[in-house]
Write a new protein. Sequence first.
Length: 295
Amino acid sequence: MVIIGKRAGQLGNRLFVFAHVIGNAIEYGYEVQNPSFYGYTQYFTGTREDFFCRYPARISRLQSPSLQVYFYRLITTCVLPLAKFPRVCRLLNITFLDIPRSTHADDSYDMTNPDYIRKATSEKRLIIKDPWSCRDFANIKKHAAQVRTFFTPVEKHRQAVENLVSRARNGCDLLVGVHIRQGDYKRWQGGAYFFTTSEYAAIMARFAAAMPEKQVRFLVCSNEKQDEELFKGLNYVMGTDHPVEDMYAFAACDFLIGPPSTYTAWASFYGSVPLYFLKTAADIIKADEFHISSG
């Protein structure tokens, strides 16, 4: 069994880490437990009934999202420090994988390497201390259908997504998701990918003008309240402001535009939707620069 020890940021980051480990686990035949996914377990069919958040999915007798926080803290405060005590680890039949981010500047630790596979499939529990760098691009693609099934939103949020997308698609040829990531992006990477709402509106206008033969509608979702007066003249609808619903509505669009973010990258992967990462507010978006993400 592989245990994902430390959380890797917010929703998009944690989805991709879990998904890459699952893809690898399907290929090489081991189980996964992810206490670091707490806070999001109630939103997905594969995790909502499992306190321990395992793959393959199981049903737990214990059902308490609030207690999952304390279980995660128990792992991080009591279990992860055991890595410093090899004798205790041997007694408990556990081993650790420590991947310092400083040694993986490209954010990629290849889980198909023989050392990882040997540890993951052994009889010992392998605890990944910091999983952010863990990637298996080949097997997340190979087993994408199973990964997507596991991370299907529960009925309540799935229905909200369907209602939003149905309304957004009514009367348009192309539905383009626009992720306005502000808030934390004022500081992230020194604000390199922070754009004002007016700059996003101008990007949207340029995109629509480049397709005069199409009726383009934009689905606008953001982590901050937007002044809709700034979207005058644009054909758009707003998201529901729920992080899972907006993400999965993006996954039902025809194109996605936004700054570099695993939030839109997950939507691109889940829905096989072409994605364009904005580099500057003056970007001229070209069709051949879109890609489908796999994290």
